[in-house]
Design a protein around this ligand. Sequence first.
Ligand code: FES
Length: 622
Amino acid sequence: MLRVKILPDDKTIEVLDGETVFDACCRAGIMIQSACGGVGTCTKCVVRIKEGATAPSPHGVRNLSSTEIEQGYRLSCQLKVRNDLVVEIPPGSRFYGEQILTVGGAAAPETALDPSVRQYYCQLPQPEIHDQASDFDRLARALGAHAPDLVAGLDPLRELADALREKDFRVTATVSGRRLIRAEPGNTRGTAFGVAYDIGTTTVVGYLIDLTTGKELALASRSNPQAAFGHDVLARGDYADKGPQERRELQDLIVGCMQEIAAECCEKARTPIDHVYEVVFGGNTIMTHLVFALNPRHITVSPFTPIWSRAYKVPAHEIGLKLAPGATVYALPSVGGYVGGDITAGMLACDLDRREDLTLFVDVGTNGEILLGNRSRLISCAAPAGPAFEGAKISCGLRAMSGAIDKVSFSESEQDLDLHVIGHHPPRGVCGTGLIDAVATFLKTGMVDPGGRVLEPDEAREKLPEKLAGRVLPSENGSDLLLVPKAKTLERRRDLTLTQRDIRELQLAKGAIRAGVDMALKVWGVDGSQVSNVLIAGGFGNYINPAAAMAIGLFPPDITVDKLEFVGNSAAVGAKLCLVNRGQRARVERLAREVEYIELSGRKDFADVFMTAMLFPGYEGL
Ligand code: FES
């Protein structure tokens, strides 16, 4: 075993010969940024070798300057450990976690309390010579209509005799459906809990719910630790496709994260984790496959078929969750490979199937999921927006974390850009909402034209106020737009700029979502003016500035800004509904079967719609 000391953590980890620093850190819970899934192209994972440096491999220093290489900077995903090292992780490379949306913007619909796990306190007649019924039959008789056709696994049967006799045949039976899962002496009613999860590609949020009252007791969240294997689901799908061991590795990470969240919630609420009887989760289809260690390979290639898309329920211990004996895991159903359980959960949370008015639901993320409909019909599609909204593929892109520029506007008094940065760090990059704001501001001020072209510096000096013109810098590939001069990133100071390529990346991302919306409207046979509400869901969507979204043309112009409504973490709200009410599960399972799915890549008209959708409002060239 080799040893790598991590600074400034001052933590030493044992590493296998040939393991990368990136993998070793992830294994040790030290999260490093990555936007390329560790293939060595994004440079987000840079670390500095303080002791033990050897000659770098060409891949290990790709896109680093000679000064940085001399100072010991390396790409941690390419840095294989061959001897003991001391390595420093610069603040810009560290993944601190991001803004995690833990609330629903829209009120959750009321639902009656009808969980599948229930507890019954019974006083049983004691056996005697004329009543030799078995302990189990005695209990089943007492439960009667509450649990008809009661069955039991071996574990509760093994504890039943002692449980009955410890408190003179006074016992609390915990039943899931018609299955006895626990027998405890005396009256322990009110000790059944469940956890509802929103399992996102980047973040995981869990809510502890009292199954006796339906009350939410605590919540906890984590960044999805699978990010070590790529920020997007496709990269993780590739890793999972390598073999069962890799799938198990990804499963262990996500299940470990769920376990930690459950433990933190229970600690906060002072409830024992061995009384968590049920877990419900909504996740995109690939994440759901990874929770069960199923290979999502065929979702990632045409014709994009999942192994399983129905609701799925298994004993919690089968995936490695350590909760109450007999605890189960229920996964919400998917509509298809790219409209998953998070979206069917959102449908429930927003009552899409019960609305009279035509409603558009959009979850803006790496993959934009779109639903359009009302109580008579619902259609769905998924638009591959790519990772630009998460800061990946953007030259100074960051996820929404401390140090990320998240708001950009034009200050009339200063005649210059006004920037807002998350947290108390100096600016280190720009996140997705900042990117949308920045481009909206560039369009408003004329720094970028409606075709997406950045002005030349000469043009800028002619057309723009002096301070703005000073932000248009010459570069090899068109002009760059300066956000922050001389920001401290690695050892040296670098200008934080958005390049012409970055603007094109944003056009691709917003074009995909807009094209999905346009296609849904087209299939339905309506225009935007006939849509009554636009519900924007998801962790990223919730932070978008609506005016900026309209300014870049994320939605058709006949959808007015007052129709936009942010519904927050609707996936979590839907999962909670399914945890506390069995009828909601039946409803979501029916919805998943009934929603029509449009495969955009299979439509001949999609390419044209997408081309137009990429342009900014006001473009007159087509
Ligand atoms: Fe290392 Fe992208 S270059 S994670």
